[in-house]
Ligand binder design. Sequence first.
Ligand code: ADP
Length: 400
Amino acid sequence: MVILILNSGSSSVKYQLWDTKSTGMLAKGLVSRIGIDNPKLEHRAGDKKYDYCPDGKIDHNDAVKLALDALVDSEHGIIENIEQIDAVGHRVVHGGEKFAESALITDDVIDAVKECIPLAPLHNPPNLMGIEACQKLMPNIPQVAVFDTAFHQTMEPYAFIYALPYDLYKTQKIRRYGFHGTSHYYVAHRAAEFLGKPIEKLKIITAHLGNGASMTAVKNGKSVDTSMGFTPLEGLVMGTRTGDMDPAIVMFVMEHMNMTPADANNFFNKKSGILGISGKSNDIRDVIEASESGDMQAKLALDVYTYRIRKYIGAYAAAMGGLDTLVFTAGAGENSPFIRRKIIRNLEFLGIKIDEQKNESAIGITMDISTDDASVRTLVVPTNEELVIANETEQIVSEI
Ligand code: ADP
């Protein structure tokens, strides 16, 4: 089945074309600077490269059209016409409590995604724009929504309810939802497959350490707790997000630094985290470099970042009553032996021990980096959210 995978954000649309029967990914691209000046298409199909800068401003409909035109172009395209696309799979950030699974897009599904806009005001509207553009440009092709929140819908109320008046859950839908679900789902399943063990019998902690970062406790194949919460702000220290902190800081900062709720939202989401502590960069690579040249704030940022992850490993081992497998994924998780080494320091008591040589050589590949005698298998597993979206889309569309 030929599937177009779309990740439609506020100012960019990322796409991949997959053939699930044979080669996997056929082409991929990015349309950036939507709604502002100098938009750009970057398209790649095998070794064919095509960059194009359209005149004037473009909207999401134009962006999807640019992607489709590139895919069918006689020179740098990969298919002959749009009809060769069997289905479209969309990444949708928030499915609220309505979606514990992916869904075929219907008017009812669109209404339900719209209902979740207050929960994800920055993400769901552009996701919907991508869906609407595809409905317009490919009206006869079935579309599927794959939700970032769906995998975490298995959490028990004691893990997802905040200690607020219960009414807020009922009336405002305030609870822990969790995000990055597609990635946690994928790496947990891939880890079980790699170890040759049934996921139903494993206690796994997955650490997705990209610019946004989250951890999940996956017990017997189900998400039982996750570090992101009502929004992606909670949990780990991230590139520019605070993660966990005393909520009283919000009121204090608003009062003493004269911030509106919008200012505070921006401050805690965009100016904090690794960038905030280091005062240098949100990119861990830059901060490692600065730390190695003696920058104390950079060193502190890495200490706070890795200590928070270590605490969550302990917490989730307790939440699951044990631990079989620890999985590192995404940017730093897949590519940084230094960060992994720093995180697992002093966790021998849990059975986590890594072989330094294996750790050093596990860069962007699936690998067991534990020592032979460790009782917990520590794995590096590159994430592949697109593969999950392609599989889910294929499965749902083939059942129509
Ligand atoms: P995103 O979260 O934007 O989807 P990634 O999962 O690719 O992106 O993560 C990007 C982040 O991963 C970078 O900002 C950087 O902090 C971190 N990263 C990537 N490669 C390395 C590396 N070799 N060493 C340390 N950190 C890295």
